[in-house]
Ligand binder design. Sequence first.
Ligand code: CA
Length: 227
Amino acid sequence: MILVVEDEAALAEVLRYNLEGEGFRVTVAPDGRTAMEKLEESPPDLVVLDWMLPEVTGLEICRTMRRRPELRDLPVIMLTAKGEEHDRVRGLDAGADDYVVKPFSPKELVARVRAVLRRTKAGAGGEPLRAGPLEMDLETHRVRRDGAEVALAPTEFRLLRVLLERPSRVYSREQLLDLVWGRDIYVEARTVDVHIRRLRVALNQNGAKDLIRTVRSEGYALEPEGA
Ligand code: CA
């Protein structure tokens, strides 16, 4: 089930038509309150969330979802007319998994929905996480680069898992602290740098290409094709 949160009825219907045509079941909420009701009633597999909604914005809904344990792992694709990099970062910061700028083709949105579902299911269903030369088996806790095993300490393993789940996405140090160490533990932001350095050493043996990109004053991202 896909929950489409969109106040423009015509666009909501176009999305419903296209998603149903691809075999998804769809439910529509025209505002944040209805969306939260539907989320509590029966959580969908994914939420397509418009940024500009009456009363509560999509951004706020996304933040609220990420604060609630039962909703925090639900994939979210944000829809917005704002195409600026700054807004994209804000959307992703609020916890969106992907971002589509209006106007977009329904085909593009369906492709994004499939991609996000594939990514989130890979983590849950015993399928290894893969990106470029990397492969992470979550059941056996083994990591390989180009087929060769990489030995990782538990923290580096968790760090890589977070980065691998969304390749190319830039994470701030604070986000990595939350996702890898948890919100309740106090760890200095610099600790992230230390573990990123260790992860780099482990992954980039024998002069292999660096796969971790440092984004100045932003954070880090995993780049499957090389940083
Ligand atoms: Ca709208």
